[in-house]
Design a binder for this molecule. Structure first.
Ligand SMILES: O=C(O)CCC(=O)C(=O)O
Ligand SMILES: [Fe+2]
Length: 203
């Protein structure tokens, strides 16, 4: 890896006023390096359309997904069992960068490919029982800059920020219990974005 030219903010402030911790490290690599990673991820990842059952209807999302993890992990939903793919060299590199900055070791990664601003992610929290309770999620972004929104479940208080190319965001503590997050659609965005969320799954 090339040497960093700009200093990374290794102790970013908490963006949430209460009930959780969300920290934005900003860009953790230069733009050229981020562009190289974007191309590698677009080409190397086994992207597939996500399937889900919503209101009894079987739907296939426009957004593409992939799931990589330590050996042996599987995950079931809507009567489908998915097996994790083994880490690629690129993902091992990116996982090491996330772990170095957050001080947490991750054992799985969910990847999302949004082809343009017509694709997004609805309000949700990542509170599946398979995930370590109050654990850390490290979210790395490549490609088009997109808005990331957070909303408290009870008070409805909200905040948002732009996730830049080559940036890192960490969510931890009680964030997934009390806050929802979303990636709103945007007519202005014409370029793809790849997002990686490194997660701590229960063994
Ligand atoms: O694309 C993003 O920044 C958010 C992804 C996300 O929330 C998720 O995969 O659970
Ligand atoms: Fe999420």
């Amino acid at each position: 890896m090339e040497e960093q030219t700009k200093a990374i903010n290794t102790t970013p402030e908490n963006l949430l006023p209460y009930d959780g911790e969300v920290r934005y490290f900003g860009c953790i690599m230069d733009g050229g390096q981020a562009d190289v990673y974007l191309q590698k991820l677009l080409n190397e990842i086994e992207w597939r359309n996500d399937e889900a059952v919503i209101f009894g209807k079987h739907i296939i999302t426009k957004r593409k997904v992939a799931w990589y993890a330590d050996g042996g992990f599987s995950y079931s939903y809507s009567n489908i069992t998915r097996y994790a793919l083994p880490w690629t060299a690129t993902l091992v590199e990116l996982k090491a960068i996330a772990e170095e900055l957050t001080g947490v070791v991750y054992n799985s990664c969910l990847l999302n490919l949004y082809h343009d601003g017509d694709e997004g992610m609805a309000w949700h929290s990542d509170d599946e029982k398979e995930l370590k309770k109050d654990g850390s999620i490290a979210s790395m972004s490549f490609g088009a800059e997109r808005k990331f929104a957070l909303k408290h479940r009870l008070s409805k208080e909200g905040t948002s920020l732009m996730l830049q190319n080559g940036s890192l965001l960490e969510m931890k503590g009680t964030t997934q219990t009390y806050w929802l997050h979303a990636l709103p659609k945007s007519k202005k965005v014409k370029m793809p974005r790849v997002n990686l969320t490194f997660r701590q799954m229960m063994k």
